[in-house]
Design a protein around this ligand. Structure first.
Ligand code: AMP
Length: 126
């Protein structure tokens, strides 16, 4: 079920539980601002999720309310994960779904990193 990106943060969401260590994850990278881990249902040969450590529902919430340090730290972490995985030369795709029409399912901001094959056109058509 897609979520309402304007709803308040729900600290029982699955990524909040991952951040608290209540649910296991396959961690790729962690620092003060971000946690990166493998997506449980990969849509490409490499599919990594990067989430901020703070409680932000979506890209909208994060870009409006996070501190400059959190934003800089998170953006640098996304770039570092992709760079250290060797994705820059072959190429990769970033995606952040926001709300209903984009089918955001987890109400904690996450950036998808896809890599490892030709990713094709940007959007699937109906
Ligand atoms: P979105 O549709 O953008 O909200 O994407 C949510 C993503 O979270 C999907 O790609 C799911 O496969 C992934 N996901 C859900 N639960 C877990 C989990 N426990 N560990 C890793 N990835 C997960």
């Amino acid at each position: 079920m897609p979520i309402d990106a304007t709803a308040p943060y729900d600290d029982q969401n699955i990524f909040a539980k991952i951040l608290r260590g209540e649910i296991p994850n396959k961690t790729v990278y962690e620092d003060a601002f971000a946690l990166a881990f493998h997506d449980i249902n990969p849509q490409a040969p490499h599919h990594i999720l990067v989430i901020p450590k703070g409680p932000y529902v979506s890209w909208d919430d994060f870009s409006a309310s996070a501190s400059d340090a959190e934003i800089a730290g998170f953006v640098r972490a996304v770039g570092k994960v992709a760079r250290e995985a060797g994705f820059v030369e072959p190429g990769y795709r970033l995606l952040a779904n926001v709300g209903m029409d984009a089918h955001q399912e987890v109400p904690h901001l996450h950036v998808h990193i896809f890599a490892g094959r030709k990713l094709g056109p940007m959007l699937a058509h109906d």
